[in-house]
Design a protein around this ligand. Structure first.
Ligand code: PBG
Length: 327
């Protein structure tokens, strides 16, 4: 007690005092809800490893989107599960494919009341489950994939999407999407680049969510968890290629990367609290081991504190509703 006058606890004494000095805010507008729609589904299907998250029917997706708008979330991010997959992921480019059809429906429903984003990647649509097409030797063919991403970006933009989210970690994917969009007259469609995306075990439940047929892993295109500097290089490249926003993914194991990317980037930075991060908290809470609601808000606040302007989370609507009620 050498310095009795320095007492940080003074600022923690009452809820009003803590609110006054809080450095980080969490608001509904910061949150983006990822959602899955399954082609041809007649009933929403639960995803066992993501309790509370479903594969939507078009109808339930529409309702959930309206609910998200009502809750005041910043945006929604759409994913689709096609009924047919093939080697080149044709369902992603087809204007009538499930993702493009969903974009069309949802944009018609919500208009500009929220930001409608779509995943721009082939893994949902390929029968081998990789994010790109394969070369004869079985490796993922970067440049052949870029050509398809370009067409997929245009198909999503034609369907009315506000933001495309290239997430396949192919070199040059942001430039390819930007060039294709501009050539098609879609200069207003923005790009949220999954700039620093790691080959993470925490993607596990997502594989179930999209019924992925992947054998093996994505270590030749997603980043090695050992690398931080590489994330800065990836981010700088994406901004150079025309990314309007960049993303770090997953979130919780990469908060240091997020903080460094926030320092470097002069565009909005997003972080994706992914399926495995969701599943861990849901599972521990189901066992009564942690207080779910507090844990959710703590993680979202931490991701914001580390530097995320925008947080993609499967709890977006629920958290937005709590935040509104707490006002
Ligand atoms: C790629 C993509 C993935 C996720 C979002 N976009 C899967 C992957 O890269 O393996 C994962 C999201 C999550 O785990 O919640 N289409």
């Amino acid at each position: 007690m050498g310095y009795p006058e320095i007492r940080p606890r003074r600022l923690r004494r009452t809820p009003a005092m803590r609110r006054l000095v809080a450095e980080t805010s969490l608001e509904p507008r910061h949150l983006v809800l990822p959602m899955f729609v399954r082609e041809g589904a007649t009933e929403p299907r639960p995803i066992a490893s993501m309790p509370g998250v479903v594969q939507h029917t078009m109808e339930s997706l529409r309702k959930a989107s309206l609910e998200a708008v009502e809750a005041g979330v910043g945006g929604i991010m759409l994913f689709a599960i096609p009924s047919q997959k093939d080697a080149v992921g044709s369902g992603g480019v087809d204007p009538k494919g499930p993702l493009n059809a969903a974009i069309r429906e949802i944009v018609a429903e919500v208009g500009d009341a929220t930001v409608v984003m779509a995943d721009l990647c082939l893994d949902e649509f390929t029968d081998h489950g990789h994010c790109g097409v394969l070369a004869p030797d079985g490796t993922v063919d970067n440049d052949a994939t870029l050509e398809i991403y370009g067409r997929m970006a245009v198909a999503q933009a034609d369907a009315g999407v506000h933001v495309v989210g290239p997430s396949g970690m192919m070199d040059g994917q942001v430039g390819a999407a930007r060039t294709a969009l501009d050539a098609a007259g879609h200069t207003d469609v923005a790009i949220l680049a999954y700039a620093a995306k790691y080959a993470s075990a925490f993607f596990g439940p997502f594989r179930e969510a999209i019924e992925s047929s992947l054998v093996g892993d994505r270590t030749t295109y997603q980043q090695d968890p050992a690398n931080g500097l590489e994330a800065l290089r990836e981010t700088a490249l994406d901004i150079d290629e025309g990314a309007d926003m960049v993303m770090v993914k997953p979130a919780m194991s990469y908060l240091d990367v997020l903080a460094r990317v926030r320092d470097l980037a002069d565009v909005p930075v997003a972080a994706y609290q992914i399926s495995g991060e969701y599943a861990m908290i849901q599972a521990a809470a189901e066992r009564g081991w942690i207080d779910r609601d507090r844990a959710v808000l703590e993680t979202l606040t931490s991701i914001r504190r580390a530097g995320a302007d925008i947080v993609l989370t499967y709890w977006a609507v629920e958290a937005a509703q709590w935040l509104r009620a707490a006002r």
